[in-house]
Design a protein around this ligand. Structure first.
Ligand code: GRF
Length: 206
């Protein structure tokens, strides 16, 4: 059984869509842990309903960075986590964790990376930037996490049209549907060991 952790700061709809897919597709994988920097994220309710352990870990609650990282790694080890899925987690993953889980951390971004990513590009900011750019398409990207924001190798992407009368909210809603389709698919590929990395390029084994 492949064991997964989710990191989420908010409502957790991607976390929920992945958890549902793992069950529906009867994949040999399950979430054993949810970590959040917030004490009561919506994602925690999903974890509770699914019997998944929830741990609130906020870096500010520790006397130093090392202690914070030790606690993160301790929880991941305790729950025997093989893969980490970031699902609306707003904090940077410490490089020690990225190194420990080298190429085993996935993230979803609500735009077509490498465009409209990086620090500050989250939530409405992303969709507003896409609309203001005049782009006629946007979409979602699942990528492997490296030590910077939104720069790792792309695993899956899909597109949506950008309409002239879109607001950040309407575009976000259209993109979210794509997120809920491609993130579970990417996690399925990960747990089936069908992702191969060649530098910055990803091959999906069929
Ligand atoms: C999603 O739009 C995701 O792309 C971004 O944060 C949002 C999280 O939404 N990284 P949810 O918590 O999964 O509902």
């Amino acid at each position: 059984m492949v064991k997964l952790a989710a990191f989420a700061s908010g409502r957790g709809s991607n976390f929920a869509s992945i958890a549902a897919h793992l069950k529906m597709a009867e994949l040999p994988a399950k979430y054993t842990l949810l970590i959040s920097d917030r004490p009561h994220p919506g994602a925690a309710e999903i974890a509770a309903a699914e019997g998944i352990s929830f741990v609130h870990i906020n870096s500010k609650a520790f006397s130093g960075r090392d202690e914070f990282i030790r606690q993160l790694l301790h929880e991941l080890e305790k729950h025997e986590v093989d893969w980490i899925t970031l699902a609306g987690y707003l904090k940077m993953i410490p490089s020690e964790v990225v190194q420990r889980y080298q190429s085993h951390i996935l993230n979803i971004h609500p735009a077509l990376l490498p465009f409209f990513g990086g620090k500050g590009m989250y939530g409405e900011n992303v969709h507003r930037a896409v609309i203001e750019s005049g782009m006629k398409v946007s979409g979602a990207t699942v990528h492997i996490v490296d030590e910077q924001y939104d720069t790792g190798p792309v695993v899956l992407q899909d597109t949506v049209p950008v309409l002239f009368d879109d607001t950040p909210e309407t575009l976000a809603a259209r993109v979210l549907k794509v997120e809920h389709a491609i993130y579970p698919k990417a996690v399925e590929l990960a747990v089936q060991d069908k992702i191969r990395l060649y530098g910055h390029r990803v091959e999906i084994l069929r």
